[in-house]
Design a protein around this ligand. Structure first.
Ligand code: SF4
Length: 194
């Protein structure tokens, strides 16, 4: 565990001085992510929004509260898993990150995943799903077709399961989607076996 902690510290230090894309010019904070650094589950969203940028934490605000509800209804807390995004700095006006920004930032996420070595990676929403599916060589499809479907994959640290999910923000004005997310979370937690 101490080795993991020191590795995490190293990538945090590297991140703090990152200027690989122009997003760092406006970001108040680079949002690294938070949670258990040997967690069997890593949830990955798109990018920090306004609240995340201000607080330096992932998934705060209303989408974050929905995520907390999904976790607590499945006996989980933020402390038991790891939550992060595909990029670390907030895009202006919360626009979708550009391909060049995702590419520039990808090494920070891959370094993190190589340290945590999770059993399940759950990308939430189209941007995170696209990135992770490309990385592991899975064929991408509409989120409506693939959400809640476990897929076997491999990263440099070994075998794992990719479990695509809707982004909790998509359920803010759509309670039906929240029910779908809840069902998918239940399925994922069963596979996790915690
Ligand atoms: S978004 Fe990522 S690559 Fe771009 S400056 Fe921020 S940390 Fe660096």
């Amino acid at each position: 565990m101490q080795v993991r902690e020191s590795e995490i510290q190293k990538i945090k230090t590297k991140l703090s001085s990152c200027d690989k894309c122009p997003l760092c010019n406006q970001a108040k904070n680079k949002v690294f992510g938070e949670g258990k650094i040997d967690s069997p589950l890593v949830l990955i969203g798109e990018a920090p929004g306004k609240n995340e940028d201000e607080q330096g934490k992932p998934f705060v605000g209303y989408a974050g509260r929905l995520l907390d509800e999904l976790l607590s209804q499945n006996g989980l807390t933020r402390e038991k898993i790891f939550i992060t995004n595909i990029i670390r700095c907030r895009p202006p006006m919360n626009r979708r990150p550009l391909k060049t920004e995702v590419e520039a930032c990808s090494s920070h996420l891959i370094d993190l995943l190589n340290i945590i070595r999770p059993k399940i990676i759950a990308p939430m929403g189209n941007s995170a799903i696209n990135f992770i599916f490309n990385k592991v060589g899975l064929e991408n499809k509409e989120i409506g077709e693939i959400h809640g479907t476990p897929m076997n994959a491999k990263l440099s640290f070994g075998d794992l399961i990719i479990f695509p999910l809707y982004h909790p923000a998509a359920a803010i004005y759509n309670r039906k989607l929240f029910t779908t997310l809840l069902e998918d979370f239940e399925k994922m937690v069963k596979i996790l076996g915690v």
